[in-house]
Design a protein around this ligand. Structure first.
Ligand code: NAP
Length: 310
């Protein structure tokens, strides 16, 4: 097995690279060299500077060594098409999608049989749906060996936590610590289900380990259970010995109050339940998360507080 990880310098990609390194699986990361945030965590992993959407670059990559497995943390149509064209020894292709496209959930806990419409037309989840359909169609028509991993809200050290308005603003933790009022859409009962970035990385490793079960399949990857948003805020604040002061509002009132300072799609998305079962991944991949949602939320809050202090 020789794995190529497109996006391997990013948050998810470098976590996958680190996991494969720990498991002694040869891997090489590919990126354009623009994102360097996590590179100091994986200096021991070989890297290629290239654009995965560029035909000449992809031709050269696959001519330079025998890569048998491809992982893409942020897939694109061009990259899929170039992998098909030049990865002559490809045994398995795995890409990262998102559970976001199931929203609004038709049933709870939701599973992979639910329609994946894309949440709001013309946005990132729409793009994800098309990419997932593309590789699943290719699997059915020509045996393209694809697996799709759909994580929910990704958390863990390395990226700021989800805030009360559906973004990842830097002053969220500052507001929590100062016990500032936190405006929240809905009544606090909306469900949020995290996945720790390390458990997510492990799911990619497991997909590599169980190729017969998972080619042509899509998996939702989350931690064990969902928490209501008010509990998420309470837990985050408790890390600093604080109580959150939550102000429940309608989406319309929040939009009127914050205007362009808030991302409307992110806010509306936050007001949708996120609650999934990972039964399929447990069955096919023996997926068993190491973190509890509570541990993941607490670890991320502690990391974020250190991060914003600099
Ligand atoms: N955040 C969440 O809660 C969440 C939830 C569900 C799903 N997801 C999914 O999880 C993934 C998130 O990835 P991430 O956070 O790891 O992203 P990221 O940190 O922004 O990393 C993106 C990586 O892709 C590389 N890249 C971008 N364009 C490239 C190109 N043309 N050629 C080669 N490399 C390229 C970047 O490096 P260069 O720029 O240097 O090339 C970088 O290594 C996404 O697919 C997202 O949809 C996220």
């Amino acid at each position: 097995m020789n794995v190529l990880i497109f996006g391997g310098s990013g948050w998810v990609g470098h976590s996958i690279a680190q996991k494969l390194y720990e498991e002694k699986i040869p891997c090489t990361i590919v990126s354009r060299g623009q994102k360097t945030t996590y590179l100091n965590e994986i200096p021991h992993i070989p890297s290629i500077r290239a654009d995965k959407n560029n035909e000449e670059d992809m031709k050269n990559i696959f001519a330079s060594a025998t890569y048998t497995h491809v992982i893409d943390s942020v897939p694109t149509p061009a990259c899929i098409s170039l992998v098909r064209k030049y990865a002559k020894n490809l045994q398995h292709y795995i890409h990262c999608s998102s559970t976001g496209g199931y929203a609004p959930l038709p049933f709870i806990p939701c599973n992979e049989t639910a329609p994946y419409k894309g949440f709001a037309y013309g946005n990132a989840w729409d793009f994800k749906r098309d990419l997932d359909n593309c590789v699943m169609d290719l699997f059915r028509k020509e045996g393209f060996p694809a697996t799709v991993i759909r994580p929910c809200y990704i958390t863990g050290p390395g990226l700021l936590p989800l805030d009360n308005l559906g973004g990842r603003r830097k002053d969220f933790i500052t507001d929590i610590i100062a016990e500032n009022v936190l405006d929240l859409p809905g009544d606090g009962s909306t469900l949020l289900q995290p996945i720790h970035v390390k458990d997510l990385a492990n799911s990619f490793f497991l997909a590599l380990m169980y190729p017969l079960a998972c080619k042509g399949e899509i998996y939702n990857i989350t931690l064990s259970h969902a928490l209501p948003l008010n509990e998420y805020l309470r837990l985050t604040a408790s890390v600093f010995g604080k109580q959150p002061e939550i102000h429940y509002m309608t989406i319309e009132d929040i939009l009127a109050k914050y205007g362009s300072k808030v991302n409307e799609i992110g806010l509306k998305f936050l007001a949708c339940h996120m609650c999934f079962t990972t039964e399929k991944a447990r069955r096919d991949l023996e997926y068993m998360p190491k973190y509890t949602p509570e541990d993941a939320i607490i670890e991320t809050a502690l990391w974020a507080e250190k991060f914003i202090r600099g």
